[in-house]
Design a protein around this ligand. Structure first.
Ligand code: NAP
Length: 259
């Protein structure tokens, strides 16, 4: 299939590792010029270089925190009018919701709701002018299966999800789609860190907790970041132009419901 996005430009937030990096790699494979963003300069530069070498595509690294005004301004200075925007930032910590203070809720909404909304606002005018835009938000399976241990994540991402639902119809005539990808149990550093915290909470070893979680997936394994990246690239493609406003679970078939 021809994705039709060769030569287009993209901003991918949270892209030095994990799911964001996989999205950047998959888009670069399709010939998209990718701007990778993460806070740690060395890591994001290394990721950009590796992807550029592997795909022969132009890559740019921006060391910036997307939760800050200055960080988002630096991202937009590097790639002012992207055809594609992938919103992503680190997930908030898990824990007992009773222990979280106002500051914790603010941090979560800054990272997993407001940074995405503000970047969407800033990239839309050029997309509307060009009559083409693809926006993908990396959220979480917690949007469909909330869990009290991940309350910060659920609450902030639900805010973004509701916001997106509201604006999708008004952008459709301009050829702009916005979809969210809802990962669960992808083998990344974020998963490893959650596993250690759960192991501690459950009083078992990290290896036992890891095996327990793998076994809990109908696939018997964790998701591979490249599977996630491929889905993102498809949603950013020209043939995916009729898919918008969707919240797509990538969970190996774990979700027990129908909708
Ligand atoms: P990860 O491996 O921890 O990678 C996170 C990436 O985002 C890194 O490149 C990190 O680099 C960057 N980042 C974090 N905060 C940032 C900020 N404020 N500004 C710019 N870049 C930032 O995480 P992941 O597993 O790929 O997960 C990606 C998202 O999906 C997270 O929100 C996570 O909670 C969510 N999620 C993942 C899973 C899963 O199965 N992996 C499941 C549910 C939800 P720096 O630290 O250098 O900035």
């Amino acid at each position: 299939m021809d994705f039709g996005i060769n030569g287009k430009t993209a901003i991918i937030c949270g892209a030095s590792k994990g799911l964001g990096r996989a999205c950047a790699a998959a888009l670069a494979e399709e010939g998209v010029k990718v701007t990778l963003v993460a806070r740690t300069a060395d890591a994001v530069e290394k990721a950009a270089q590796e992807i550029g070498r592997a795909t022969g595509t132009e890559t740019v690294a921006v060391a910036a925190d997307v939760t800050t005004d200055a960080g988002r301004a630096a991202v937009l200075a590097a790639c002012p009018e992207p055809d594609i925007l992938v919103n992503n930032a680190g997930g908030p910590p898990p824990g007992d919701w009773r222990s979280f203070e106002r500051e914790d809720w603010h941090k979560a909404t800054d990272a997993n709701m407001l940074s995405a909304i503000l970047l969407i606002r800033d990239v839309l005018p050029a997309m509307q002018r060009r009559k083409f835009g693809r926006i993908v938000n990396i959220t979480s399976a917690m949007v469909k299966m909330p869990h009290e241990f991940l309350s910060l994540s659920t609450a902030a991402r639900m805010g973004l999800t509701g916001f997106v639902s509201g604006i999708v119809p008004s952008l459709a005539k301009d050829g702009i789609t916005i979809n969210s990808l809802l990962p669960e149990r992808f083998d990344t550093d974020r998963l490893t860190s959650n596993i250690s915290k759960l192991a501690e909470r459950n009083g078992i070893s990290i290896e036992e907790q890891r095996a327990k979680q793998e076994a809990a997936s109908p696939t018997g394994r964790f998701g591979r970041p490249e599977e996630f990246g491929a889905t993102c690239a498809f949603l950013c493609s020209v043939p995916a132009g009729y898919i918008s406003g969707q919240n797509i679970l990538l969970d190996g078939g774990s979700y027990p419901g129908v909708f």
